[in-house]
Design a binder for this molecule. Structure first.
Ligand code: SF4
Length: 343
């Protein structure tokens, strides 16, 4: 029979960590590693975040830092579950379309599942008391703990000393004295810790979630209101081009440069109509939805408006339907007509 004190000494403590690749979640992990605790990090991906395989994107590739400091990391895409909470968050949206409280709950529920699977003792996060208005106030942190049924097993190492001790702290499995008491928006202490741990090259705080972006949010609201097709392509299309709501049934998207033209073609739906300024090859425009004669003419004129021949009285536009193609000649549309419809 092994005594409790022997358990403390002999078995390695494991925790599961939410990991964004940012400063706070990295430091939370490093505070665990400092105590020789085994960390299993999870980086959650959604349709609204950065693309970690895109070097120009805002998020971090998690593997170099995991390798450098010695913890494991797995990627987990929240897919449809996340889209559902964006549409109908139990605890509402923030300033834009960000359902931060529901988002934290969902991620923690997933992490809790892993915690139970691997026999870890707690889920840790990089949350800092009082740092963010919606999801990191004390009552919200308590609410999140209650909703996830992680009572006593949810540890925020950066603010732990300001909160009730968790079970592994009470049992002496995690040393509370080696945790932090950070409160508020200043990042001074985090910068000191980063230096102490030799942590470099982390993204700026707040970057990464498109749902906090007002422009993206307004396009997303429009998509959720008018379209039944919510998928990888339709959500990614919101990131590029000028979006024009022509009517409840019709949307037009015009590329702003060559890169966006390519993405627009990549994300279009099979029935979308494609427009292209014939002489200049750019922009590419797509019309999604009901293709009335008026809508087609409007999309062609918008294409003409944004091409290099926009000062000409008329411009030739190729119109590619799913089953045939046309060429039409139209006058570039007036800015004042477009302005009212741009999302
Ligand atoms: S900002 Fe985005 S990713 Fe972060 S908690 Fe809010 S909804 Fe989730």
């Amino acid at each position: 029979m092994v005594s409790e004190s022997e358990i403390n000494v002999n078995s390695k403590v494991k925790v599961v960590s939410l990991f964004s690749g940012g400063l706070d979640s990295s430091l939370a992990i490093l505070l665990m590693l400092r105590q020789n605790i085994e960390v299993h990090a999870i980086m959650f991906l959604t349709h609204f975040g950065c693309d970690i395989v895109d070097r120009s994107s805002c998020s971090q590739d998690p593997y170099p830092v995991a390798e450098k400091f010695g913890f494991s990391v797995r990627l987990s895409h929240l897919g449809e579950k996340f889209v559902e909470i964006v549409k109908n968050p139990k605890f509402g949206h923030g300033k834009n379309m960000n359902p931060c409280v529901d988002c934290r709950i969902l991620m923690l529920e997933e992490a809790k599942f892993v915690m139970e699977q691997i026999g870890a003792e707690a889920v840790i996060t990089g949350e800092v008391l009082g740092q963010r208005p919606m999801s990191q106030m004390r009552n919200t942190l308590n609410l999140i703990e209650k909703e996830t049924d992680l009572k006593g097993r949810l540890l925020r190492p950066l603010s732990a000393k300001l909160m009730q001790p968790t079970i592994p702290e009470l049992e002496g499995r995690i040393d509370r004295e080696l945790l932090e008491d950070i409160n508020g928006r200043s990042r001074k202490r985090q910068m000191e810790l980063a230096e102490e741990f030799g942590l470099e090259d982390y993204p700026n705080p707040g970057s990464g979630c498109l749902l906090t972006d007002p422009n993206y949010s307004s396009r997303l609201r429009d998509l959720l209101k008018y379209s039944s097709i919510i998928n990888f392509d339709t959500l990614n299309l919101l990131k590029v081009g000028r979006h024009i709501r022509f009517s409840p049934e019709t949307k037009i998207v015009v590329g702003r440069n060559e890169e966006e033209n390519k993405k627009i073609e990549q994300y279009k739906q099979p029935d979308d109509i494609v427009f292209e300024a014939m002489e200049t090859g750019s922009p590419i425009t797509i019309l999604h939805g009901k293709a009335t004669d008026d809508a087609i003419e409007f999309a062609a004129r918008a294409t003409a408006r944004y091409c290099d021949q926009k000062t000409q009285p008329s411009v030739r536009i190729t119109v590619t339907h799913p089953d045939h193609g046309d060429v039409i000649e139209v006058a570039p549309i007036d800015n004042s007509k477009l302005a009212k419809m741009i999302l």
